[in-house]
Design a protein around this ligand. Structure first.
Ligand code: BT5
Length: 335
């Protein structure tokens, strides 16, 4: 039978070749078998195998035996993340980049072009990862989860900070599901492990006074960052999951678990369940303890008492007065 010539090196055929190798994982599949199954030439088969190898798939090829998939790379490729993801909204559209300046910036651009709610942008590395208030976020290649979501909730601008708490809770739940590690939450946007910063959330929005156009929730999580990789400014204050549990954590199932929890928590949030989500947040949070809080440039020691039903922090000052904090920086006091 004449082999197809046009399109035989197309990306969709590459997906089929990979699917076949995955299905037959653990055994050799001959070049002939692949060529017949895909209706492509043997040369095209070889090119696809080579391309997959370049993407990091560990494929052994032996004369007369064929090709065998030994291992799938732990990269955040769309095909790997989407496989079995089964979320309703979050990650329905998923964009992947080896390197970007900031995934939040990419999502903002997509949002302005009309991209749908739930879109996720993930990168292996960020060259201009951002924190709040113009601070930077260290995002080295291949060792973290650096990703952002696009949301279009019907909220007032002052209600948007609640999404930071919801995203923090969902991330903590996803980490627990995938690794068994229980992380702690620090108001408003931090994930902590062993008293050090494991991750952070940057929530940005485009809004008018009474209408939110879109919200971008950016999540940064240190997964396999090695002790020696930290810049001096973060040594001793930052931590990765690998450092905490002494083994490499596969990022693909971790990101999938977090996206599933985000999907679930966001659905509950939209259904009016913020109070219940907040209750779950509280159970994992640093509350009822002394902290330093910086408000308007002034740093003082207070007690972080609780979060109220709007997600604002309640603090008790040294004179006993309780006040509500809309935005501020909280620093744990390690005693
Ligand atoms: C945050 O800001 O914690 C929000 C971080 C959000 C990062 C994600 S990654 C995907 C998306 N794209 C982006 O560009 N950003 C989001 P903030 O609370 O302001 O904390 C920033 C501070 O955390 C810095 O000033 C450092 O002290 C510290 N820091 C920076 N990188 C860190 C890291 N990888 N791990 C732990 N701490 C870090």
């Amino acid at each position: 039978m004449a082999k197809k010539v046009h399109g035989e090196e197309s990306p969709s055929i590459r997906e089929e070749v990979l699917r076949l190798l995955k299905k037959e994982k653990g055994r050799f599949v001959s070049g002939e078998e692949i060529s017949a199954a895909m209706d492509i030439s043997r040369t095209a088969v070889w090119k696809h195998i080579q391309a997959l190898r370049e993407e990091g798939y560990d494929i052994i090829s032996l004369p007369r035996q064929g090709h065998r998939l030994l291992a799938v790379p732990d990269r955040l490729y769309p095909r790997e993340i989407k496989e079995g993801l089964a979320t309703a909204v979050i990650g329905r559209h998923y964009h992947y980049y080896p390197v970007v300046d900031s995934t939040n910036t990419v999502v903002r651009k997509l949002a302005a072009e009309g991209e749908e709610e739930g879109t996720v942008v993930a990168a292996e590395e960020q060259t201009g990862g951002r924190g709040r208030l113009g601070r930077s976020w260290f995002s080295p290649p291949g060792s973290g989860l650096w990703f952002s979501l696009l949301l279009r909730p019907a909220l007032l601008p002052r209600e948007v900070p609640r999404l930071t708490l919801v995203a923090g809770l969902a991330t903590a739940k996803g980490i627990a599901k995938a690794t068994g590690l229980e992380v702690r939450l620090k108001w408003p946007n931090d994930l902590y492990l062993n008293g050090r910063k494991l991750g952070g959330i940057l929530t940005e929005m485009e809004a008018e006074l009474d209408r939110v156009h879109f919200v971008v929730v950016g999540i940064g999580l240190n997964v396999n960052v090695g002790e020696e990789e930290w810049p001096p400014s973060l040594r001793g204050t930052a931590i990765s999951l690998r450092e905490a549990c002494g083994r490499e954590i596969p990022r693909v199932p971790l990101l999938q678990a977090i996206l599933r929890e985000l999907d679930d928590c966001y659905r509950r949030f939209l259904a009016g369940e913020f109070p219940a989500l907040l209750q779950e947040w509280r159970q994992r949070a640093y509350l009822g303890c002394p902290v330093f809080i910086t408000l308007g440039g002034e740093k003082r020691r207070v007690e972080a008492v609780d979060v109220d039903e709007e997600g604002l922090l309640l603090i008790r000052k040294e004179d006993g007065e309780i006040s509500r904090v809309v935005a501020g920086d909280v620093e744990l006091i390690q005693e």
